[in-house]
Design a protein around this ligand. Structure first.
Ligand SMILES: [Zn+2]
Length: 280
């Protein structure tokens, strides 16, 4: 091969490589997708706000404290107003750009780490609290899953929950008694998980629970019916999408996933389109 031919091969293969990287990044971030109508509320799903743990499987659920602060600052700078999930279903006239922060399960860091940052930015949050946080709680979707990393994560005590509610920055939502995999239960058990936790938390904390989060995002027609019968006016899922009040069922509100392993660019893209890339 002469030198010219060699140069051509090298150039064209590097051009192809560059193109492949560009295509890969485009699929990963889907930056070309237009923003979903800004008047539609962005409902965000969080779990923990904490440093990552070495070799942990669930670091995606741990949003770093400094990143969480950047996210709230970004939302504030971009004109978003913070609302509770109950305001999506109680007839509140929502401001032009609305964001609703939701936190699943009831991790202690929600108060110890997230709350002071929320106070700084005038944010509020809806806490989907598992009623029994004393050890019966399981993060395992399937019983054959080996580790139960999230079960050993410190949970909010009743006193801490009270403190959060008193601040006015938090409201409670239901998330069953034991973080149950609802579709696996028989009808009576599923009804108890949903109804008992709502009744007991309402009585214990003196605040009526208006919204519910299906554990693991697992639901079918029966779970929707049970949640409605338990007295909930709305429920959130883990379907990664922006909520469209004109077309979506209030008992199946999708949420935007906030991943603990992604940077601000991915966060901004998720807020724009509901998803980070083409598929998730
Ligand atoms: Zn959960």
């Amino acid at each position: 091969m002469n030198l010219f031919a060699l140069q051509t091969v090298v150039l064209s293969s590097s051009a192809i490589a560059t193109m492949l990287v560009a295509v890969g990044l485009s699929c990963r971030y889907a930056w070309w997708k237009p923003p979903v109508n800004w008047s539609m509320p962005r409902v965000l799903m969080y779990h923990m706000v904490s440093p990552h743990r070495k070799k942990a499987r669930f670091n995606k659920l741990r949003v770093l404290p400094e990143r969480f602060e950047e996210q709230l600052a970004w939302l504030q700078e971009n004109g978003f107003q913070f609302v509770f999930a109950s305001q999506l279903c109680d007839g509140t006239k929502l401001p032009g750009k609305t964001v609703c922060l939701t936190f699943d399960d009831g991790y202690a860091d929600n108060l110890l780490i997230a709350d002071p940052i929320m106070e700084k930015y005038g944010a509020v949050g809806t806490l989907y609290l598992v009623e029994d946080r004393s050890g019966g709680w399981s993060s395992k979707k399937k019983s054959h899953h080996e580790d139960d990393e999230l079960a050993s994560e410190p949970k909010l005590t009743d006193l801490q929950v009270e403190q959060m509610l008193q601040s006015g920055r938090w409201e409670l939502g239901g998330h069953t008694v034991t973080h149950a995999n609802l579709p696996n239960l028989d009808g009576d058990e599923a009804a108890r998980e949903i109804t008992d936790s709502r009744n007991r938390l309402t009585e214990q904390f003196g605040q009526e629970l208006k919204t519910f989060a299906y554990p693991f995002g697992l639901l079918g027609d029966r779970e929707v019916r049970l949640a409605r019968e338990a007295g909930y006016s709305a429920a959130v899922t883990t379907e990664p999408r922006i909520y469209d009040a004109a077309h979506d069922d209030l008992m199946m509100i999708p949420r935007i996933k906030v991943s603990g392993t992604e940077g601000m660019a991915a966060f901004a893209i998720r807020i724009r389109t509901g998803q980070r890339g083409l598929l998730k």
